[in-house]
Write a protein that binds this ligand. Sequence first.
Ligand SMILES: Nc1ncnc2c1ncn2[C@@H]1O[C@H](COP(=O)(O)OP(=O)(O)OP(=O)(O)O)[C@@H](O)[C@H]1O
Length: 356
Amino acid sequence: MIRFDGVTKRYGSTVAVDDLSLEVRRGGITCLVGPSGCGKTTSLRMVNRMVEPTEGRILIDDEDVSRGDPAQLRRSIGYVIQHAGLFPHRTVLANVMTVPRLLGWDRARAREAAMTAIETVGLTADQARRYPAQLSGGQQQRVGVARALASDPEVVLMDEPFSAVDPVVRADLQEEVRRLQRELGITILLVTHDIDEALLLGDEVAVLRQGGRLAQLASPGELLAHPADDFVAGFVGKDRGYRALGFTQVQVAPQPVDTVRLGASVRAGAGWVLVTDAEGMPLGWVEATGWGGPVREDRVERFGNVARVGDSARLLLDAALSSPSGQGVVVDAEGRLAGVVGADDILAALGRSPRR
Ligand SMILES: Nc1ncnc2c1ncn2[C@@H]1O[C@H](COP(=O)(O)OP(=O)(O)OP(=O)(O)O)[C@@H](O)[C@H]1O
């Protein structure tokens, strides 16, 4: 989809990007990540020609971006930056209508496209009438995303889009961008200095090192399991073995478990029994050792995290380790009980799975 072909950018004696060759796949999120000054922003801006390469080519769908008109190219590509970069004296709606209007769409069509984009990012018609300063930082960032989407682009470039918002809002926005990417099928190239964000969002992650050199391009799981060198290993962090579990599937079949409806009786000595509601949805655990009888609500120990069938080894392990019984509850897509898994079974399955 987007191909960097031997791209170099020099500013005098500074090499910002050095012979970068990289393929950004269609319909997914590729993250460019690396330490400060490694050439992430420069690489991104060469795609929409806000910066021109010194050497090499960038192709979108096999077409050299340097061939056409830069202004036209920029209008065809969504662009989201830190702090949103909105026009302060225009309403949210007017801000989002900017690119469709520049593309020559009539006012009604531009307005309709803008309103659709505003709703898509979770903002209301009332918020669309306000000025940027009348919105929170996170909402402004959503407007920035809406503006990038309004003209229905295939490619969206994002430069540190969430780094200026607090962690809770950031998590919401990250979730939103993942959802939008899937729903709209767009191709996103996203710059971040935060490896956790890159591993969370990226279908593929390109790690750059100082001097604008590509250190590795791989999926998050691959990056964690097989960093190309010490630099990448250091960058992805000390707990990469554990974090790789988040991208590892294990073959463990959920096992049957004794259940009791809330209000019904357990027999003494039954040990840990899973309590369900009247519909059979799991509620928590009860430990019947020295007592038996009806299970009252105050006897129920809530489980920690519940895993879903098909979840990663990390989520299964988390369910097991956060459960008072030591057995992780696994539910199906409808939230119905599929069975339980123990930490030992997950670790044994991990031991059996081939090293990737
Ligand atoms: N317009 C410019 N003129 C001169 N040098 C520049 C210019 N733009 C970037 N550079 C230099 O190129 C290198 C790469 O900069 P770039 O902004 O692409 O890095 P980055 O990885 O995005 O950094 P950060 O995470 O700190 O934003 C840096 O050494 C920077 O100082």
